[in-house]
Design a protein. Structure first.
Length: 478
């Protein structure tokens, strides 16, 4: 399907304003009209239209209108529209009417890819969108046009050169090399539902973008999620589609994110075009947050967890080696010992979970936490007991649960230098909720996965199945 239009498109004219994710080694060069893949699409302007439907009025023309910032786009002088049959056997072109700003053509029958010719350089549109396919039952196409915004700064980091913007429109993130991130701060100035979507060429199929999401605290930027799909797709390219709901109480708040990309053919630097647009009004549903408490009777019965409770001084982590530089968590290594209600390492000699106790770091930093540095202050060690203003412990399960009381109740019984407590079933439940909320594991691109490989104290990549992710904060002693 992806090569269906090769013959007809060899005869088509170059699209003068067509842009997308591509190598920027020659950013001023012409870009040929792509071959369209009708098996993909979707994204913010996608739809589910059956091609070839019989028209209600077979004599009705096929039309195209343009929209900019929710209003009719009028700078259509010199512009035209091209309808290319998905069968590859016909191409039709019509200019925009000077009065109505509508381009129309009659006599079409079937399904056609709609593209713009001569769009001024200061604008962009998402030519990947499935909604740009016209059919007999969908003859009138409306295309969203976006102002192309030139930004200041390199976006090399959040603290000194992040690119801040309040403007809606199209942007280009220049990714200089594989794994490099370009950092942005979006600051909406009105309530509403906003979309951030990349526009990498699914037919060129070379660039695959990824968006990393971060906490809003300026002084302590911790990654909170990863978006690597949702938009139009090719075989290699998967465009990002991310929704931000901004309530009236959050107008003016900062939404930090970064853009990175990989290239199938190693074409760097790479320009990742993306759009920020407002889709609709938004008013947040009121969420009732529940304070979660621990089983304090059980904690009191166990008593203080001292150094003697650890059973050794050598710290071990719950990952097993898969190959050189690659490890993974293995949850079957640990299970509840009914005698004390704690998770233990499996003992091959006894055939039971009565080996060393599995602990969780509570009042000391885990391997995947970074220090919090207040403005003008010195670095402070983070932990489940203290995270600084970002406080992800107080907002898990979609913001509906506050686990700070839970952590404080366990912390009150920690009297060892390691800051650990034995893992119970309710601790395991908390760890699973936390790791899901923070997207620590996500197809090899999660915070824990990438941090482990880059951190010299670890130096290898750690993977995990979904059911074993909770082990990220755990250890045992021998």
């Amino acid at each position: 399907m992806k090569r269906l239009l090769t013959l007809i498109l060899l005869l088509a004219l170059t699209l003068s304003a067509l842009t997308g994710c591509m190598s920027v080694e020659n950013p001023d060069g012409d870009k040929e009209q792509p071959e369209f893949d009708f098996s993909t699409g979707g994204g913010s302007e996608g739809g589910e239209e059956e091609v070839g439907d019989e028209p209600t009025d077979p004599d009705a023309p096929f039309t195209v209108t343009l929209k900019l910032n929710e209003e009719r786009f009028t700078e259509t002088a010199g512009m035209s529209v091209e309808w290319t049959s998905t069968k590859g056997d016909e191409v039709h072109r019509a200019a925009f009417d000077k009065t109505t700003r509508v381009a129309s053509v009659s006599g079409l029958n079937g399904s056609y890819v709609v593209t713009l010719i001569g769009l001024p350089e200061k604008y962009r549109y998402n030519y990947n969108a499935e909604a740009h396919i016209a059919t007999n039952s969908k003859r009138d196409i409306e295309i969203e046009v976006y102002e192309y915004i030139t930004t200041k700064g390199e976006g090399a980091d959040f603290y000194s050169s992040a690119i801040s913007t309040t403007r809606l429109g199209a942007y280009t993130a220049t990714v200089k090399d594989r794994g490099e991130q370009v950092y942005y701060r979006f600051i909406p100035n009105r309530a509403g539902t906003y979309i951030i979507e990349t526009m990498c060429d699914v037919n060129e199929d070379d660039i695959n973008p990824t968006m990393y999401l971060y906490g809003a605290n300026f002084a302590f930027q911790q990654m909170t999620g990863i978006v690597n799909s949702g938009g139009s797709e090719g075989e290699y390219t998967r465009n990002v589609y991310y929704v931000i709901d901004v309530d009236a109480t959050n107008v003016g708040a900062t939404y930090p994110f970064s853009i990175t990309a990989t290239s199938k053919h190693g074409n760097f630097p790479a320009g990742v075009d993306f759009i920020i647009r407002r889709m609709s009004d938004y008013e947040r549903d009121k969420i009732t947050k529940t304070d979660v408490h621990a089983d304090t009777e059980k904690i009191a019965e166990v008593g203080m967890i001292t150094d003697e409770f650890l059973g050794g001084t050598n710290i071990n982590y719950p990952e097993i080696k898969v190959s050189a530089g690659v490890y993974r968590y293995e949850g079957s290594m640990f299970g509840i010992n009914p005698d004390d209600g704690f998770y233990h390492l499996y003992n091959e000699e006894s055939g039971k979970y009565d080996g060393p106790i599995l602990f969780v770091k509570i009042s000391k930093r885990t391997r995947f936490f970074y220090d919090y540095t207040p403005p003008g202050g010195s670095p402070m060690e983070t932990s489940f007991q203290f995270f600084g203003p970002s406080d992800p412990v107080g907002s898990v399960s979609g913001g509906s649960e506050n686990y700070n009381p839970f952590i404080d109740e366990y912390d009150a019984y920690i009297a060892n230098d390691e800051g650990v407590y034995p893992v119970t079933d309710e601790i395991r439940e908390f760890l699973m909720k936390f790791v899901i909320a923070q997207a620590y594991f996500s197809d090899g691109e999660g915070w824990a996965e990438t941090t482990a490989e880059d951190d010299p104290s670890i130096g290898y990549r750690i993977y995990s199945s979904e059911e074993d992710m909770w082990l990220f904060a755990c250890c045992y002693y021998t």
